[in-house]
Design a protein around this ligand. Structure first.
Ligand code: ZN
Length: 667
């Protein structure tokens, strides 16, 4: 690992807090140091209070921020005096400690301070950095890990045996640090947890971290451990989208995978995202002969348990995993604790590879990132002298930490489509694009299909997968569905929006090829999609939902739009029959009939003018030619799409709802 410190950039920092932000972000850029909100940093400084007095404060990373993107306002100023006095108390529950940290703040609008704030205060240096570096964990998580790090780092570090994070850890450091620190001390190593470094400048604290971790990396390499240095931050979402899979390889996989996701969701009591990944690194890990021995020990550092659970499920027996989890809870839990859902978060399967499971695509992405690092740490530690995780009891204590349980009790306002997967056709523009955004905003993972390649890179969220797809081809549809299921685990919502609007043509002049084209895309392609999606929609935990984008033309066709009106009418009948047939599968099929939505892909200025002329109006009149005199936009239709998928419509199927500002001919 090399230092990313840049004197020129660092020189532009105004004051110590900015320097701390700069150093923190550098740490955040190394995924093998910290990931997804892990790690924390601080700087000691002073503020002037309302009475004009100077108070010494610790600016420490607040909860909810990520070192990679941290900014000044993410640091919480806590009174040093208050923190240091807390460390002198004999006992303090972590709930009481969190309350005290709140009270020590000099700015009540700042986020809650890191639970490691007291530790930072205790270290007698201005800048303090803390990471959960992979290379350090790979060495400490071995049978003679402590001996190894002591030999490697000597008296440059103070070694603290594993203690649960929180007040107990602060207390233990408060006792050990002053007793053991000497003039060479540049940091503190918390066994099986992570590393603290410090210095009088942000640069010193940062470079000591890089130096110590680099030494650990060299040690791993020299000891013959399989260590690949220089792996940086986890790939972003575009790289994460699994490489376009071979159709044959996946031909049989999607449905069993979707059934598996349903069983996971049942175990979790909610719809879950199941992201399946397989590459060289994963394949090699899951193929290990000793997989059970290494993978079922526990996480690399205790706070990963919140994301990954203590152990993965090996294979596909969810019932056995759930039973094992309940046993674990019975063994270590007590009546005051509320058992978390017993569903696995990591599945290692010799055929499928790695399944990363979370409440949202973002969560499953975090789970995936953490486990990729875990696999590297396990592999290196194993080669070094045997992988050894902390005992189950210690992991349980973190999983059921009172502060985590309190967070759980407070959270509850989940997004309406959290854990669900929506497939939207015609996603690259107009109503489809608006529906993609509306569904993403409400917590769904969204697969966008479009014939335009722009669909692939349209959104960068981890919850979005865009696939260029020609809906006229069954192979393309199956391939797209296989990719969708691999990415998120299934399909719960189907938004049939893709369509074309040909140039006006009277029936007398309507060419058969045009008629066929329009029927193929506006009607037949939807049949193909509905048929292919049906097995997945049937598996939706909250019931499958289909929203068909019809057209006002179904009930009030216009001259010159013969093919379009006929195709939409055919689609409409198909949707009604599907509503009849799929009710027993718990699938709802409802139709929206928009009219005159002009911010869509099918409306060019030319078509707009033609249609306006056909009605003897100006374009402006034509746009608002409805009872309410309003313009109907894509977002208006998208809002109804999400409403139809929501619980408000849970008893409605086969409905046809106009979104047209009111049409006399329809009313
Ligand atoms: Zn930590």
């Amino acid at each position: 690992m090399r230092s990313r410190w840049n004197e020129e950039l660092a020189g532009t920092c105004k004051g110590y807090l900015e320097e701390c932000v700069y150093g923190s972000r550098l740490l955040g850029q190394e995924a093998s140091l910290v990931m997804h909100g892990g790690g924390n940093t601080s700087v000691k400084g002073a503020i002037t209070n309302i009475f004009g007095e100077t108070e010494e404060v610790l600016f420490v990373k607040g909860s909810g921020s990520d070192l990679a993107t941290i900014k000044e306002s993410d640091f919480t100023p806590c009174r040093m005096n208050h923190l240091l006095r807390l460390a002198e108390l004999e006992h303090l529950t972590d709930t009481a400690m969190a309350a005290e940290l709140r009270m020590s703040q000099t700015d009540i609008t700042a986020p809650a301070a890191s639970v490691e704030a007291i530790l930072h205060a205790l270290v007698p240096a201005r800048f303090v950095d803390h990471t959960h570096a992979d290379a350090i964990l790979a060495i400490t998580n071995t049978p003679d890990g402590e001996r190894r790090v002591r030999t490697l780092f000597g008296d440059h570090l103070v070694y603290v045996p594993y203690v649960m994070p929180g007040f107990k850890l602060a207390k233990s450091c408060a006792q050990l640090f002053p007793a053991l620190a000497n003039q060479h001390t540049v940091g503190m190593l918390l066994l099986n947890h992570g590393l603290f470094t410090f210095g009088e400048t942000a640069k010193a604290a940062y470079e000591r971290m890089i130096d110590l971790v680099s030494r650990a990396e060299r040690y791993l390499i020299e000891s013959g451990a399989d260590w690949k240095a220089g792996r940086d931050r986890a790939p972003d979402s575009s790289e994460l989208s699994a490489p376009r899979p071979d159709c044959n390889e996946l031909a049989s996989a999607p449905l069993p995978l979707a059934k598996f996701r349903r069983a996971i969701s049942d175990a979790a009591g909610r719809s879950m995202i199941v992201a399946t990944r397989n590459d060289e690194e994963i394949a090699a890990f899951v193929a290990r002969a000793d997989l059970e021995a290494v993978a079922l020990q526990g996480p690399a550092t205790p706070d990963h348990v919140i994301r990954t659970k203590r152990v993965p499920l090996l294979g596909r027996d969810i019932d056995a995993f759930v039973a094992g989890y309940c046993d674990y809870f019975r063994e270590f839990g007590n009546a005051t604790l509320k058992m978390l859902d017993p569903a696995p978060r990591i599945v290692l399967d010799r055929e499928w590879g790695l399944c990363a499971i979370g409440r949202t695509a973002r969560d499953s992405g975090i789970v995936e990132d953490i486990y990729r690092h875990t696999m590297r740490i396990i592999t290196a530690a194993d080669a070094l002298g045997g992988w050894r995780a902390l005992p189950a009891r210690d992991i349980f204590d973190v999983e059921y930490w009172e502060l985590e349980q309190a967070k759980l009790a407070k959270s509850g306002s989940a997004q309406p489509f959290e854990g669900e997967v929506a497939l939207v056709t015609g996603a690259a523009s107009g109503i489809g694009k608006a529906a993609v955004d509306a569904l993403l905003d409400r917590g769904a993972a969204v697969v966008g299909l479009d014939i335009s390649p722009a669909v692939a890179s349209m959104r960068t969220a981890r919850a979005y997968l865009g696939i260029e797809c020609d809906l006229r081809s069954d192979d393309c549809i199956r391939d797209a569905l296989a990719r969708a299921v691999r990415q998120f685990g299934g399909i719960d919502l189907l938004i049939l929006n893709a369509g074309i609007f040909p140039r006006s043509s009277s029936v007398a002049a309507l060419k058969t090829e045009v008629w066929r084209d329009v029927l193929t895309i506006n009607a037949e392609a939807n049949l193909n999609l509905m048929r292919e999606c049906h097995p997945y929609l049937k598996l939706a935990k909250r019931g499958g939902r289909v929203v068909v984008i019809g057209s006002k033309n179904v009930h009030a066709p216009g001259p010159g739009a013969g093919a379009y009106s006929a195709a939409k009418a055919a689609l409409q009948q198909l949707a009604r029959v599907a509503a009849l047939e799929w009710g027993r599968d718990g699938i709802r099929v409802n139709t929206l009939h928009p009219n005159a939505v002009f911010d869509t892909g099918i409306w060019t200025q030319q078509i707009l003018e033609e249609r306006a002329r056909a009605y003897g109006m100006s374009v402006e009149q034509y746009k608002r030619n409805n009872v309410l005199g309003v313009e109907v936009r894509s977002v208006d239709v998208a809002m109804l799409v999400v409403d139809l998928c929501s619980d408000a419509y849970s008893k409605t199927t086969g409905a046809q709802i106009p979104v047209d500002g009111g049409m006399e001919r329809v009313i």
